[in-house]
Design a protein around this ligand. Structure first.
Ligand code: SAH
Length: 244
């Protein structure tokens, strides 16, 4: 147990992330500031970083090699990545093992909530052309994408995923309710917001919002959310309407 002393405090955090990366210096990066940073300091979540290169062998510590069958770029080796994943996975560790990947299912708010419930995640950040398929299959990695575009590495994807989860953890957001009527939570995009000054560049805040009539305000916001979703995201609108 002695070499695990460093992890002991971290392992008690309610939500535990372990990152496997070739660029450990990128972390915590933006997650070290603001809401997520404060929550990290307060032990509401933990962040362990493993450097994939530490699991490479030989003089050159190669982590990648040329693609079998030819073609451009390099591929992360399954032996090196496999050892890194095994090192990240503690005994009885049931956290999902995720590979950030443009081929994965798109990250959604629903998925974010389920990852929050899972108590943490092991996140493998790909680089180069990607990761040898045998380690994806052999270690049961779930591929998750953050959108239909190609990043140069999985690190920013891992940060996006963690940021979305961490803000949902109890005690992270000021007001518990503020997570609940946001875009996607109800299947709709959110209604528009307004604040002071009451007149800005000749534009007033919609009258209803000053009425003090909570029922009517809620109704108006709902109508706005429906209209906005219908206009901008017909895909979400149709799914929402089918549910109604
Ligand atoms: N050759 C791959 C792209 C590799 S990009 C392909 O065409 O599918 C290098 C790494 O960046 C990937 O292994 C992955 O970890 C990460 N990455 C790139 N785009 C991503 C996205 N949209 N979502 C999540 N991770 C992504």
């Amino acid at each position: 147990m002695s070499d695990e002393t460093n992890n002991e405090g971290l392992n008690e955090a309610p939500w535990r992330a372990t990152i496997l990366t070739l660029y450990p210096d990128m972390f915590p990066g933006p997650l070290g500031t603001s809401l997520a940073g404060r929550a990290l300091e307060n032990g509401l979540w933990s962040l362990d970083i493993l450097h994939i290169r530490d699991f490479a062998e030989g003089k050159h510590r190669n982590v990648d090699d040329t693609p079998a069958g030819g073609g451009a770029g390099m591929v992360l080796r399954p032996d090196v990545v496999g050892r890194a994943i095994d090192a990240a996975t503690g005994e009885g560790d049931m956290r999902p093992r995720i590979l950030l990947s443009p081929r994965g299912k798109s990250l959604t708010q629903e998925k974010v909530r389920s990852l929050k419930e899972a108590g943490g995640a092991i996140l493998l950040c790909g680089r180069f052309e990607g990761v040898d398929q045998r380690v994806i299959d052999g270690r049961n990695l779930e591929e998750i994408s953050i959108g239909d575009y190609i990043l140069s590495g999985g690190e920013l994807g891992a940060m996006v995923l963690m940021d979305a989860v961490v803000r949902l953890l109890p005690g992270v957001m000021g007001k518990v309710a503020s997570g609940e009527d946001e875009s996607f939570e109800s299947g709709l995009l959110e209604y528009p917001h307004y604040t002071r000054p009451t007149i800005w560049e000749g534009h007033e805040i919609p009258e209803i919002l000053a009425s003090g009539h909570h029922g009517k305000i809620a109704q108006w916001r709902h109508e706005q959310a429906v209209a906005l979703t219908k206009e901008r995201r017909p895909d979400l609108y149709e799914a929402w309407e089918a549910e109604e």
